[in-house]
Design a protein around this ligand. Structure first.
Ligand SMILES: [Zn+2]
Ligand SMILES: [Zn+2]
Length: 245
């Protein structure tokens, strides 16, 4: 099958719709179950920038009959996973049939033990908030930290555990750059695949990394502006109330 590669949602779903005819597509939690299939693809997404953009992809995947794992950061600089609104959105991924995992960031931790402790605490917090067990985890910005999770001590499946990665072909679109070629190149050539994508890079019409990030910046500024205006309104009513007392 020949594809024209780009970072459009059209290409994304052309590839997966083609792949799902001969591969079982599943979530990280089911890794050991999926091993029983001759051909499988595990789809994993790291939610590094935006819950909203990821949720749009999650809805499309559901419409295409595809389940995947979305890894949520509790320490994101771009979104607050703990806000009421976002908790409801995170629950929506589950309703679409996807798995929610914890995307952990070890950069603030000082030792391997502290790292493990942080992952356990964060996953407990996330599972309490969404009322659903967290079974899978994945590290954020692995290249920026030397700390490691000691996988054998975990009750989780870590998507980057060598036990997993050594038994599959792993491809990632990190920094909107397929280091080993677009995911479509591996369909039919590899029988067991883990595909990591970052939803922010995939748009209806394909766009460059720079353009996507500047649009993202504009959207974030709009959000802040709306929030600040709401706060100003609250302040105004507060002072009006004081005046009338
Ligand atoms: Zn491609
Ligand atoms: Zn990440």
């Amino acid at each position: 099958m020949h594809f024209n590669c780009n970072f459009s949602l059209e290409h994304y779903f052309d590839v997966l719709d083609y792949a799902k005819k001969s591969y079982k597509i599943g979530i990280i939690k089911d890794f050991y179950k999926l091993q029983k299939n001759n051909r499988f693809i595990i789809l994993r997404h790291d939610v590094d920038f935006s819950i909203d953009i990821s949720l749009e992809l999650a809805k499309l995947e559901m419409e295409h009959g595809i389940s995947s794992t979305y890894f949520i950061l509790l320490q994101s600089q771009y979104y607050n996973a703990l806000s009421d609104l976002n908790i409801e959105k995170i629950k929506q991924f589950l309703k679409f049939g996807h798995e929610i995992g914890l995307h952990y960031d070890l950069s603030p931790t000082k030792s391997d033990e502290q790292a493990l402790d942080m992952v356990i605490k964060e996953s407990e917090l996330l599972e309490n908030l969404i009322n659903s067990k967290i079974c899978s985890i994945s590290p954020h910005n692995v290249s920026l930290t030397s700390k490691k999770i000691i996988y054998d001590h975990l009750n989780f499946i870590d998507a980057t555990d060598p036990k997993i990665l050594n038994s599959v072909k792993y491809v990632s679109d990190s920094v909107q750059n397929w280091r080993s070629g677009c995911m479509c190149n591996h369909i039919d050539n590899e029988s067991k695949l883990i595909i990591l994508t970052h939803p922010i890079w995939w748009m209806k019409s394909p766009n460059s990394r720079e353009k996507i990030l500047s649009n993202f910046e504009i959207n974030q500024m709009e959000t802040i502006r709306t929030l600040v205006n709401e706060t100003k309104q609250i302040h105004q009513s507060y002072f009006e109330k004081l005046k009338n007392e």
